[in-house]
Design a protein around this ligand. Structure first.
Ligand code: MTE
Ligand code: HPA
Ligand code: MOS
Length: 800
């Protein structure tokens, strides 16, 4: 049924009543604070529950010569020990390509790879026993870094390439060329709740798996395949996660499958909860990237030609590396029009954990490379980096086509960056910092302004669909199932708001049930920041069908026109009469009106051709920008973020409070990625930073004292849910400004004449290394200048 009431008229009729576009607390906030929110490990255990642990490989690449499990079986409390031979179905948990064994068979491909499952009476007994196996290995050569992978032509997928224009010819014309290399490290998801699955056998070989996962349907498939069952035998449920950040998009599968294999074997409930160290040793992380780049530009800083070759550390299997690399390729442009480009990406196969989704999904890694380049162009030309960025922005109505062929039709960057430039007092602070640095020999300040454009939609087109189920009970209360999963980001709160808005109800009348594959089928992962976009639309579709039936029924009781029936303030307003919602529902029930409905949504207008790497992969873009100011101690490499201003384009925000929380969280998480969070593997391929004692995520004391996060509120031009924009991932790119502010501070050591060779993470050691390099280079520069006794005409061409 159509809804002829325009938004304006509806606002008038509802006297401004709205359940969306308003700040509301997270629906579980009270439970979180009281410690009453149920996470998977909090579910009361059934009688007879056993506990599992995984036995892990000690070698990066080896043939398993002997695997003696007798000492494991002899340990106290051990009930069973299972290997790949005990898997009744397929030994695979790979989400796209089936190259990902649940348990290693014959060969191990990284340190930490699971080889067997121990099931014992307690969690501790299982973990103790898991270490007792006698394993002998025949070691094989291991590839550990992306550089080694490229040199060995070792890839999990064929390398990809996106070309537009004629880079060769454009380089030939370019007055200046800069080239170099950059390394950007990976990142551990560090969800507070680790990986966990609790498998409960049901009658007739069926299996219920309670699992901390962003992707219940994928867990259902993997468990069904591993057990040799059909999907309808397997139910996967997730009430909430204590964070996922991409790490539970595909990689919850290993844990779900292992728990289900054990539960199926013993016909008893089995829980598998990863200890933090095991979680970090076993699971994949954000991909580290190694870039080789070359850019041609003119005197104004405009980029004329660009070439980049990105090599990702994919790890031992493909996992989601293909779509991650694709997103990196499609975000190398970030906010800039690149007429003639050649972008390549190779997913290096290495003997390390299989890297996976992490907030941004390759987007941050693609975009940081061009930002690094622009930062250099600005320094080479002696210009302010913001001016060079602006010089390269996508145009409006011209210079607006991305390298992959999608036109940028919703560019709010000129307005957004102008607002932030003013509110952050960027120019005045730049001048103040120059004065500070001139008078401060050891402490140096730095400032950077970085913009973001991020494509919203799964870059695998068919994943852009969602379903929902809305029940209105006879008492007028509403229960919603949707395909999204709650990981703290607030998707349930937003979907509640959408349903409440359609039915004109206060939020307390609406509840969201746990995500459950037996309620909504064939769901996509809650990922790509699309949780509220997709599930909000699906739930709206369901709620609208119920509302339309109730409106038609109300007219049969009170007359008038269905188009003039309005739902707001917990009542239905029809032909001059206001009926309490619950009262109308009861009457409708007695007249046998269907009070529940399913809903469905598929994002329109998307296309993607992976062969040509062209199409319209995104529904719209989300934008943002940030300004960060840091102070660096040039003797120790220590630094502090003094102030950060962020402006994020949330469209017409569904819930500004939640969105601001997402921007703050993503900012600090992205800052951790680029500064303190260092993944370090030793020469034998063992990850040595596998616990919070050695892996440093940001703490509250690392947050800037002066943190100004605002939303740029302007309706989405795309027909998204209530014209809002996604918020989950894009703000992770905002702390590029922290990284480049550090680089700016370092560069002041050499009078801003030398490009600091700064890799990420910019740890204190890395900062010191870059300071030394700058000092050495500017020393030799001074000597050359002195000899020439004049200004250096080559200065503009400097690059490291
Ligand atoms: N916020 C919290 N609190 N916890 C999380 O795990 N994951 C992020 C982001 N925000 C995450 C989060 C990631 S990686 C994505 S893709 C989105 O939330 C997913 O949720 P959404 O699509 O509903 O925004
Ligand atoms: N984001 C997250 N997960 C995905 C994507 C994406 O863009 N594409 C396929 N899986
Ligand atoms: Mo988010 S990386 O798409 O789960």
């Amino acid at each position: 049924m159509n809804h002829p009431v325009t938004q304006e008229l509806a606002n008038e009729l509802t006297a401004g009543w709205s359940a969306v576009g308003v700040s509301r607390p997270h629906e579980s906030a009270e439970l979180h604070v009281l410690g009453q929110a149920t996470y998977t490990d909090d579910i009361p255990e059934l009688q007879g529950t056993l506990h599992a642990a995984l036995g892990l490989s000690a070698k990066a690449h080896a043939r398993i010569a002997t695997l003696d499990l007798a000492p494991v079986r002899a340990m106290p409390g051990v009930v069973a020990v299972l290997t790949a031979d005990d898997i009744p179905g397929t030994n695979d948990c790979g989400p796209i390509i089936h190259d990902d064994p649940i348990l290693a068979q014959g060969e191990v491909l990284y340190v930490g790879q699971p080889m067997f499952i121990v099931i014992a009476d307690t969690h501790t007994n299982a973990r103790r026993a898991a270490r007792k196996a006698n394993v002998t290995y025949e070691e094989l050569p291991a590839i550990l870094t992306p550089q080694q992978a490229k040199a060995a032509n070792s890839y999990v997928l064929p390398p990809m390439r996106l070309e537009r224009g004629d880079a060769e010819a454009a380089f030939a014309r370019a007055p200046h060329v800069a080239r170099g290399e950059l390394f950007v490290g990976g990142q551990e998801q560090f969800y507070l709740e680790g990986q966990i699955a609790y498998a409960i056998p049901k009658e007739g070989r069926a299996m219920l798996v309670q699992c901390s996962t962003q992707h219940p349907s994928e867990m259902q498939h993997v468990v069904a395949h591993a057990l040799g069952l059909n999907s309808h035998h397997v139910t996967v449920e997730c009430r909430r996660m204590g964070g996922g950040f991409g790490g539970k998009e595909s990689q919850s599968a290993l844990w779900a499958a292992a728990a289900a294999i054990a539960a199926n074997y013993l016909k008893r409930p089995v829980k598998l909860r990863a200890d933090r160290d095991d979680d970090m040793m076993v699971t994949g992380k954000r991909h580290c990237f190694w870039y080789e780049y070359e850019v041609g530009y003119d005197d104004t800083g405009r980029i004329l030609a660009a070439r980049v070759d990105m090599t990702l550390r994919a790890g031992f299997s493909a996992d989601l590396s293909g779509p991650v690399a694709t997103r990196a390729v499609c975000h190398f442009d970030n906010c800039y029009y690149l007429s003639d480009v050649d972008i390549r990406a190779g997913c290096g196969k290495t003997n390390t954990q299989s890297n996976t989704a992490f907030r941004g999904f390759g987007g941050p890694q693609g975009a940081i490379a061009i930002e690094y380049v622009i930062d250099e162009i600005a320094r080479n030309l002696g210009k302010d980096a913001l001016d060079v960025r602006r010089q390269n922005f996508y145009g409006i109505g011209e210079r607006d086509e991305t390298p992959y062929g999608q036109a940028v039709v919703d560019n709010v960057l000129p307005e957004l960056t102008a607002q932030l430039e003013e509110s952050s007092e960027y120019r005045a602070r730049r001048a103040a910092i120059d004065r500070f640095n001139a008078a401060s020999p050891v402490l140096k300040k730095g400032l950077a302004f970085t913009p973001v454009k991020f494509g919203i939609a799964f870059n695998v087109t068919h994943l852009n669909q969602a379903g929902a189920l809305v029940h209105v009970y006879v008492d007028g209360s509403v229960l919603v199932n949707h395909g999204g999963t709650e990981m703290g980001q607030g998707v349930n709160t937003k979907v509640m708001q959408v349903v409440a808005h359609e039915l004109g109800l206060d939020l307390r009348h609406v509840r969201i049930a746990a995500t459950d594959t037996s309620k909504v089928a064939n769901t996509s992962a809650t990922a790509a920041s699309t949780g509220a976009d997709l599930n909000g639309k699906a739930a709206q579709d369901a709620a609208r069908q119920i509302r339309d039936r109730l409106a038609a029924f109300a007219v049969t009781l009170h007359g008038g026109d269905v188009a003039d029936v309005h739902f707001f303030g917990d009542a239905v307003h029809v032909n001059g009469v206001s009926v309490p919602f619950a009262e109308l529902v009861q009457k409708a029930y007695l007249k046998r009106v269907q009070l529940w409905s399913d809903g469905f949504y598929a994002t329109p207008g998307l296309s993607w051709d992976p062969k040509t790497m062209r199409g319209h992969p995104f529904q719209y873009y989300a934008y943002g920008a940030a300004v960060s100011e840091v102070v660096v101690d040039t003797l120790t490499g220590e630094w502090k973020l003094l102030r950060a201003d962020a402006l994020y384009d949330a469209g017409r925000s569904l819930n500004p409070a939640i969105d601001i929380g997402q921007v703050e969280g993503a900012f600090i998480q992205g800052m951790g990625w680029l500064t303190t969070e260092q993944l370090w593997w030793n020469d034998a391929g063992k990850l040595m930073t596998h616990a919070p004692s050695t892996y440093k995520i940001p703490a509250i004391s690392d947050c800037p004292e002066d943190f100004r996060v605002r939303l740029f509120e302007k309706p989405n031009v795309a027909d998204s849910i209530h014209r809002s924009k996604a918020v989950g991932e894009p703000p992770l790119l905002l702390p590029f400004s922290v990284f480049f502010a550090i680089r700016d501070a370092i560069s002041s050591v050499g009078g801003h004449r030398v490009n600091p060779p700064l890799n990420a993470p910019a740890t204190c050691e890395e900062i010191l290394r870059a300071i030394d390099a700058v000092a050495a280079q500017s020393q030799s520069l001074q000597e050359t200048n002195f000899q020439k006794s004049g200004s250096d005409p080559e200065f503009g061409k400097l690059s490291h």
